[in-house]
Design a protein around this ligand. Structure first.
Ligand SMILES: [Zn+2]
Length: 141
């Protein structure tokens, strides 16, 4: 399995709390594209964040979807739309889940290596706010 960074854009942080450093598209084995991969700076260093989605619950009153941690329903305004179950989910686990991710530490290491190499190249070439597109490189493989 090999990973190629197809497109990489350095993020332009607007606030000091913004932690996303780059957005990229990942090509797996030259055959499978994954969009919305991010490089995020944490207190422990850089990490590759896979595409994810916010967990949601249905409002008990109007049955529309809200974020699992919502205090009020965005649609009908009722208090604690997910009820006790949602509150327990927030307390127990993450509010976002990855939509795709490596299954083994080895694959994660390979993925991170490919991503961080391209990220460092982008930094060296000063792609601030720009985009590096490697799609042409794939066709020669
Ligand atoms: Zn509601």
């Amino acid at each position: 399995m090999y990973f190629t960074v197809r497109r990489l854009s350095l993020a332009q942080p607007r606030h000091s709390e913004d932690r996303v450093r780059a957005y990229l598209t990942l090509l797996i084995d030259g055959k499978f594209l994954v969009h919305d991969v991010r490089i995020v700076e944490t207190n422990g260093g850089l990490l590759v964040a896979m595409p994810s989605k916010m967990l949601q619950v249905r409002c008990r009153a109007c049955l529309r979807r809200n974020a699992v941690n919502a205090s009020f329903c965005n649609w009908c305004g009722c208090r604690s739309p997910g009820g006790r179950q949602a509150a327990e989910e927030v307390a127990e686990g993450p509010m976002r889940i990855d939509l795709a991710h490596p299954l083994t530490p080895l694959v994660r290491k390979e993925l991170e290596s490919a991503v961080f190499n391209e990220y460092l190249k982008a930094l060296e070439h000063g792609l601030q706010g720009g985009s590096q597109d490697n799609s042409g490189a794939e066709e020669s493989l």
